[in-house]
Design a protein around this ligand. Sequence first.
Ligand SMILES: C[S@@+](CC[C@H](N)C(=O)[O-])C[C@H]1O[C@@H](n2cnc3c(N)ncnc32)[C@H](O)[C@@H]1O
Length: 273
Amino acid sequence: MSTDTAENLREQVRERYAEAARAVEAGGGCGCGSGSCCENENASADFGESLYSAEQRGELPDAAALASLGCGNPTAVAELKEGEVVLDLGSGGGIDVILSAKRVGPSGTAYGLDMTDEMLALARKNAAQAGVGNVHFLKGVIEEIPLPADSIDVVISNCVINLSADKAAVLAEMARVLKPGGRLGISDVVAEDHLSPAERAERGSHVGCIAGALSKGEYIAGLEAAGFEQVSVEVTHEVADAMHGAIVKAVKAEQPETKGLPLVEAATSAGCC
Ligand SMILES: C[S@@+](CC[C@H](N)C(=O)[O-])C[C@H]1O[C@@H](n2cnc3c(N)ncnc32)[C@H](O)[C@@H]1O
């Protein structure tokens, strides 16, 4: 994809989610059509706060739950422990950062990274309302994470990687910031392997979290090439024909092998993304 097209796509995503944050601030749900942003008229979607347990929703300010635009619940699969450092890629209104901050406790830290100012403002407000102090919301893009190498125990993300125009860079960045032995617990939309990119695009838009989804095989190959082990992609619910909400898990190898290539090149040459 040309840099121009990738930048254009990123701008469309930013506008869509800025609008969503403004709609939540105005007291509504996502302002991008009916229901959540990660959804459109072609998708029989299951997105948003309904994917969290009543107990988890009870731990959150109403605005944080209302701002939930994910396609899963990464905090339910990441098995967070006291004292860990967690990073949420594309943290939106902050729902998963707040829940993670509570799991890791005061001796741990939860970072949220997002590129949209309106979402960062909403997340900071929600975290203050939730009374969690061990959180930091950073402005930046997931293709270039503004954190040092080997600094994170767990990377989580909820319905964001499909929105990236450079997924190989995202996978490589996750591998860079994780400590050796660190892990991923990600929710994302995943296509069945037989669907071509054109067939994915027929089922929904890029900003609606459908057209940009990786296939299961592409996810696995990309993660392995970026230096991850124990990679698994488990589908949970259908969001469009032959496309699913999925849980992606992996562990960063103690000594990552990237086939002798720089991380981004390794992921790209593995057929990702
Ligand atoms: C579908 S929403 C999901 C928000 C949140 N994870 C949740 O579950 O509610 C996508 C979020 O990712 C952010 N985002 C999308 N692409 C991004 C990128 N390349 N870098 C940083 N943030 C990005 C958007 O601004 C938006 O807040």
